[in-house]
Write a protein that binds this ligand. Structure first.
Ligand code: GRF
Length: 189
């Protein structure tokens, strides 16, 4: 089956690039994956350049141009609908989504903590500073509540005693690059 994907991002886009490298136009098992839409809410985001390496021009929908969250979400829903994507992947997409989005789009989100712990935008820092001896990353279905939908996959690691924040962050990102493409492949297998 041909699986069409939309990837939504806001900034750096390293997960976007990793997904493009591992899945775009690749046959894995019975499925061939194609990224039909790269969607970004910030003009000038680094991910826009990363997508160009794959000949993909990102669609920019700037949230600051909309009067309400719902109007912005409606524009996202329309674009995703037109693209024909069967699954939308939030890979560093830093917007809170309203029911206009969540009830119309089948989407998964990547989050840099072991959910349900450390929801929100400062997860990496909070889990680094916490007393917990393990940390990790999660992929979950998107629902109307922030970082709260059903968990699809998690990967964890042990925090070593002298681990610096930079080492910790690199470990989080390394796990993200494994878990997100794996989750997408599993959803369709
Ligand atoms: C990732 O850590 C992701 O989990 C979080 O935002 C970061 C995005 O990084 N939601 P990048 O833009 O993919 O490099």
């Amino acid at each position: 089956m041909l699986v069409k994907l939309a990837i939504l991002f806001s900034g750096n886009g390293s997960n976007l690039e990793n997904l493009l490298q591992k899945l775009h136009k690749k046959k894995i098992g019975e499925n061939e994956f194609e990224v039909v839409l790269c969607l970004c809410n910030k003009p000038g985001a680094k991910g826009i350049e990363r997508a160009r390496k794959f000949n993909l021009e990102s669609v920019i929908i700037d949230h600051t141009k909309f009067l309400s969250r719902e109007d912005f979400d409606k524009a996202l829903v329309e674009k995703i609908g037109q693209s024909g994507a069967q699954l939308s992947i939030l890979a560093g997409f830093m917007r809170i989504l309203s029911p206009v989005f969540t009830s119309n789009v089948r989407a998964i989100n990547l989050h840099p903590s072991l959910l349900p712990l450390f929801k929100g935008a400062n997860a990496i820092e909070e889990s680094f500073k916490s007393d917990m001896k393990v940390a990790g990353v999660s992929v979950h279905w998107v629902n109307e509540e922030l970082d709260s939908g059903k968990i699809i996959a998690q990967k964890a690691f042990e925090k070593t005693k002298n681990m610096s924040f930079t080492e910790f962050e690199s470990k989080i990102h390394a796990l993200e690059y494994e878990i997100l493409p794996q989750s997408v492949v599993e959803i369709f297998s």
